[in-house]
Ligand binder design. Sequence first.
Ligand code: HEM
Length: 407
Amino acid sequence: MDYWLRPQVNPGIANVFAAAAFRFAHVTVQPVVTRLGPGYQPSPRHPPLPLHHSLFASWRVIREGGVDPVLRGLLLSPAKLQVSDQMMVEELTERLFQAQGGLPFDLGALNLQRGRDHGLPGYSVWRRLCGLSDPVSESDLAGIMGNPTLAQKLLALYSTPQNIDVWVGAISEPPLPGGRVGPLLACLLAKQFRALRDGDRFWWQRKGMFSRAQRSSLQRVSLSRVICDNTHIQLVPPDPFTRTLCTEDLLPCTHPRIPPLDLSAWREPDSDPTCGSVPRIQPGYSLLCDSAVLYQCPAGFSLVGPSQVKCDPHTQQWTSAPPTCQDVDECASSPSVCPQNTECHNTPGSFTCTEPDVASFSASSVAAAVVAVLGGVAVMLLIMVCYRRFFPMKSDHLQSRCCQRPS
Ligand code: HEM
């Protein structure tokens, strides 16, 4: 099925969606994080974890078997059933972030407060927006909630249905047949997701985004396949969004019902119907697009020649020879690409910076040092010889005098 962009649709997230409606899922959260071993069996290595011990405890993922045990637990355990005498588990209303120190939070209270500081209108306004009945009396409300006691409690707190916080009103409605949420939430969630689709110019099912073959290839990919491809999990449910009752219902990742992403629909044809074989370049990338071949070079190479060649339908020839990708000499660029006191060496597509060669440095410097020392010694000897010659020592005078024979 093709979808067309509806430019008048705003795909942004509605205030009521973020501050209330999509928080409905808080009532589906279980109080324990179930972790299961490779055969989906409970394992003493990773026992079930009270929810508040799992929050901000990412170290457990590293030390306690990675994400696989948690994902297996999520795949096999049902979501919490919403019941009117316990909307949300105490792990969220009494112990939220308790393990992080300080006073625990109450997620229900946060949701209500957030709705108020976002200025969300009350329950009745949203019912009207969705074309649903507008409860006025207690009996109207009891009819909608399917629960007179709950209606009575709500009115004792809020006096009138108009004042009921939309999050509370919405999660209090009983689920629609076959559904997980009541009519108000079904409407608010559907409005948001429809807007996300219809107002998105890159929506994958929009005509022109992908070819028919590519779309059907994408259509076949499932969350189970994503789990198979990105974890060590080897058994998955055919549909992870519905409840899996027992391990016998799991399928191996190789099962035909969990097909891998088939990328052959993205493979480029190697020839054009008119001009024949597509001139490719190496190294480099080329893309055949409406009888034109577009070229690009990898990093470290520059394109020499035309960035595209076209197929001329008259001559049935490509308009020119393809370009080439020439290596860029990064070492010739100024300022230097290497840090000071290092030598730059150009390599195909890149360069390296190395410390100057220590061996050759020492050979030349040793030779220079030897020459300097020998020169220094020679100069010293010369000075001493000259000194003795022009300034003879006292003993030399005495000796020469003593040695004179009396005439
Ligand atoms: C263990 C499970 C979860 C915990 C502990 C949790 C906790 C929280 C907290 C603390 C907030 C911020 C509350 C505030 O100050 O306003 C929040 C917001 C929210 N949560 Fe959850 N949540 C959980 C699961 C979920 C799930 C499963 C969904 C929906 C599928 C969900 C949807 C949202 C949304 C839409 C917001 C508002 C986000 C925003 O506008 O910034 N949460 N949650």
